[in-house]
Design a protein around this ligand. Structure first.
Ligand SMILES: [Zn+2]
Ligand SMILES: [Zn+2]
Length: 213
């Protein structure tokens, strides 16, 4: 099985997890043996998040999406952002806050769960009043955590270990943009995302009655 960063291989990962006996859970109760906590930090694209969310839903998986209110790449307060939150919930996913330190404003859009964006070690694992910090115990343990950051698995793609049931439980962090847009490196994937974004922006401009002739 080639370990490409594609939605098809992501679905294979989910299938491997099911075969390995894992159950999809959220950050609302301490993980137990067999728990698989799917975490998505949405740094760049709500479109990518929704495409991943639809795919998960189609195979009976559920995840927690961490959305930003301070992103320079998307506006969660726009009609598009509001629709994205509603659709994620419709699909059975949870929505947490992808926060920029030290700002934690948990309004009605969010469950009380926070993932810091690009955290420094100084506060990464510190408790957050009124919310779960995804990087604190018992939700985080380095031995049962895998992340696709920058399109690199530090310990390899976990599909074989999932299929074998090798983790007692796992927090799996994936970034939707990496899996939705094509590219064999992060640089290629980001350029593919920007190309798609350009098309989307042109459509938005036309919808906003801008003369593109
Ligand atoms: Zn793989
Ligand atoms: Zn982030």
């Amino acid at each position: 099985m080639p370990c490409a960063f594609t939605l098809d291989h992501y679905a294979e990962l989910l299938d491997a997890a099911r075969a390995g006996g894992y159950r999809f859970v959220y950050f609302d109760a301490p993980p137990v043996t067999g728990s698989l906590v799917l975490r998505h930090d949405v740094d760049l694209s709500l479109d990518a998040a929704l495409r991943m969310a639809e795919r998960e839903n189609s195979v009976g998986a559920s995840a927690t999406y961490f959305l930003m209110t301070e992103s320079v790449f998307y506006n969660l307060a726009s009609s598009e952002g509001t629709a994205a939150v509603a659709r994620l919930r419709e699909l059975g996913h949870r929505v947490g806050l992808h926060a920029v330190y030290p700002n934690v404003v948990l309004d009605e859009r969010f469950d009380p769960v926070v993932a810091w964006h690009n955290p420094d070690p100084g506060y990464m694992t510190a408790p957050i009043p009124g919310a779960v910090n995804v990087m604190e115990a018992p939700y985080f343990d380095p031995a049962t955590y895998r992340s696709d950051s920058n399109q690199r698995w530090r310990f390899g793609c976990p599909h074989d270990e999932l299929r074998a049931g090798a983790f007692a439980w796992l927090q799996l962090l994936t970034h939707p943009e990496i899996w939705v847009y094509p590219g064999s490196t992060m640089g290629e994937t980001m350029r593919a995302m920007l190309d798609a974004e350009r098309e989307r922006r042109l459509e938005q401009l036309a919808a906003d009655r801008v003369d593109l002739a």
